[in-house]
Design a protein. Structure first.
Ligand SMILES: Cc1cc2nc3c(=O)[nH]c(=O)nc-3n(C[C@H](O)[C@H](O)[C@H](O)COP(=O)(O)OP(=O)(O)OC[C@H]3O[C@@H](n4cnc5c(N)ncnc54)[C@H](O)[C@@H]3O)c2cc1C
Length: 530
């Protein structure tokens, strides 16, 4: 069956796309609005602003790829579609970070779990982070709008065996669990979402809002890395970008973008980095601080029957049993999910080397993996990380505090209990020195005494948030509750960097809904002004 390629068709129909790697001299482009980044925030903003009748340029550092090149191979997907070839790490290398770098941003490679912002997060932001007008009632219509736009609905098929284990464990223990809503249309249930959807079923920005904006006349400039914002007297006057090569290395070709309004949607870490590089006003030194990751722990479990966690929708069940149990600012809660189990991904996140690692990978198809995403940014001792500029770019310093390790131990115990309840023969908490554990009784004791430490314990993240927080109090926020800069009248930030804490839920739908609200308001303001 032939698979339609909406990107190829759109380009043939005359979309305005400039691949900056093909330029041999600099260029200046102008529009009503310039958007930096084409992921969850940038994609939604681009569609809404073009629909309102504004001219829009989207500047994206990554390449424009399409389903034709998504061949389900990790060795191609990671270097082509992820920042730092999926090898990004925190300063001390203790946390591995996945972030997309391609048109569509992280939505091109994400796993499609779609969850509205939890009420506990919204209430916390209103009470402690000076965020206004973002209550459950005010936001729900925006989530509904984006759920309809992106075909978000509950996964109707049988969960794959990896997710079934999570479900069975919860059922046995009487723990809460939920069937996940996914942004897919005609999903083939392949399980390769993380390598770019080969059949265009995932309703990522790559196949929804970006094509819609381009069909309405927007311009997309890919392989162009925004370096800094020029500003004067409380206004942004231009954006300067560097054309990249096909391999995404630097060139000396400079692109200049001018607009009435500028939107940063480069994602957490990168939007703050661009602002830091631009030396923007930041009297309270907030930029890049409080960057959150939902630092995530892994527990492997061997089952007798094949799990084949690489096959089928990667995430279809989650458990919120422990996320808010001790109150928002109590002990750090954790959400239980499973990841897709692909060989390179899992080999890089498991333990040992040589023979022991080979033995682990020998049992690859019997391996179930459960993850615990720790909810950071609420407890007073959970302040997240800080982005710093370096000679070559940026680094994220994210110290893992005692309060994190305390929750990590609880999370490892919950995961082991769940996996044994689901029928696991052996459980392996992913932390150096841990043996295979043969029963819940044995695991309970071993986990209570296990050594937890940076670089020993595997910690990963696919949820980067914060660093440019929203709110009304200038002492704790860089943009207002609609994402508009406190200091530059024609600058907004629309991406995951504006969250004042992590979410305790997978972030994409929060970014879609909040951006839809903020971009709609901005479009009204800009249209009225013109
Ligand atoms: C492997 C993986 C799985 C995930 N699974 C899920 C999931 O199932 N559910 C969920 O809710 N969330 C998931 N996420 C997270 C979710 O996709 C992100 O939180 C969301 O896409 C972030 O949106 P954003 O707009 O902030 O940034 P992004 O979507 O990351 O977009 C930012 C864009 O800006 C570009 N950019 C950065 N710097 C520059 C620059 N200087 N110049 C030009 N362009 C620049 C980047 O290349 C990128 O394309 C996953 C993420 C990953 C990586």
């Amino acid at each position: 069956m032939a698979i339609q390629d909406p990107i190829e068709e759109g380009l043939a129909s005359g979309w305005k796309h400039i691949d900056a790697s093909q330029l041999n001299q600099g260029k200046t482009l102008e529009a009503d609005v310039v958007i930096v980044g084409s992921g969850a925030g940038g994609g939604v903003a681009a569609e809404i602003l073009t629909q309102a009748g504004l001219t829009v340029i989207i500047v994206e550092g990554g390449p424009l790829k399409s389903s034709k090149s998504f061949n389900m191979e990790e060795r191609r997907a990671y270097p082509n579609l992820y920042h730092q070839a999926a090898g990004m790490k925190t300063k001390d290398k203790a946390i591995g970070i996945f972030q997309g770098r391609a048109v569509g941003g992280s939505t091109t490679v994400n796993w499609t779990t779609s969850i509205r912002t939890p009420s506990q997060a919204l209430d916390f932001w209103a009470k402690y982070k000076s965020v206004t007008n973002l209550s459950r009632n005010e936001l729900d219509p925006w989530f509904k709008k984006m759920e309809q736009r992106l075909n978000i609905s509950q996964w109707g098929y049988e969960p794959n065996r990896n997710n079934q284990a999570l479900k069975h464990g919860c059922e046995k223990l009487g723990w809460d669990f939920t069937v996940i809503k996914r942004n897919v249309k005609g999903c083939w249930n392949t399980g390769y979402c993380g390598m770019g959807c080969p059949v265009n079923a995932k309703q990522s920005m790559l196949v929804t809002t970006i094509p819609s904006a381009l069909a309405l006349g927007a311009t997309l400039v890919s392989r162009a890395k925004v370096m800094q914002l020029e500003h004067h007297d409380g206004k942004i006057t231009a954006i300067k970008a560097q054309a990249l090569t096909e391999q995404l290395t630097s060139t000396s070709i400079e692109l200049i973008f001018k607009a009435k309004h500028y939107i940063l949607s480069a994602g957490a870490i990168h939007s703050p980095t661009i602002l830091l590089r631009s030396c923007v006003t930041d009297p309270h030194k907030l930029l890049g601080k409080r960057t959150f990751l939902h630092p995530t722990l892994l527990s492997g479990a061997l089952f007798d029957d094949p799990i084949n966690g690489h096959s089928g929708a990667p995430q279809s069940i989650y458990s919120d049993q422990f996320v808010w149990r001790d109150g928002a600012d109590g002990e750090l809660g954790y959400k239980l999910e499973v990841p897709p189990v692909h060989p390179v991904l899992i080999a890089s996140k498991t333990l040992g080397y040589g023979k022991s690692h080979a033995a682990l990978m020998d049992n690859f198809n019997q391996l179930q993996v459960t993850i615990a995403l720790i909810r950071d940014g609420y407890h007073p001792d959970s302040q997240g990380g800080q982005v710093h500029l370096t000679d070559t770019g940026f680094e994220l310093d994210y110290p893992l505090a005692d309060v994190f390790w305390h929750s990590a131990r609880r999370a490892f115990a919950s995961m082991a209990e769940l996996q044994f309840a689901a029928g696991a023969k052996q459980v392996l908490p992913m932390s150096e020195g841990m043996p295979y554990l043969n029963s819940w009784k044995e695991a309970k004791l071993a986990i209570a005494n296990m050594e937890l430490a940076p670089l020993k314990t595997v910690v990963a993240s696919a949820h980067v948030m914060g660093g440019c927080p929203m709110g009304e109090d200038l002492n704790m926020s860089m943009v207002n509750s609609f994402g508009q800069s406190h200091y530059y009248e024609n600058l907004s930030v629309m991406d995951g960097s504006i969250f004042p804490t992590s979410l305790g839920a997978n972030p994409q739908l929060s970014i879609y809904g909040i951006t839809a609200r903020n971009a709609t308001r901005l479009a009204e303001q800009l249209m009225t002004a013109s």
